[in-house]
Design a binder for this molecule. Sequence first.
Ligand SMILES: [Zn+2]
Length: 59
Amino acid sequence: MALKKELLDILVCPLCMTHVQLTPDEKGLKCPACRRVYPINLKDNFPVMLPEEARIEDE
Ligand SMILES: [Zn+2]
């Protein structure tokens, strides 16, 4: 897995402060509360936690 678990544990959605979860394809972080998916910068393996970069996933 690309991202360290310790990093995942502290990452929260900047909009609603909910802990985000790694998407199944490990290319994004999903907020279960507002359903935004934040992309992971694959070059740096670092999540981009900007609301304007996030897409909203319908379920
Ligand atoms: Zn959120």
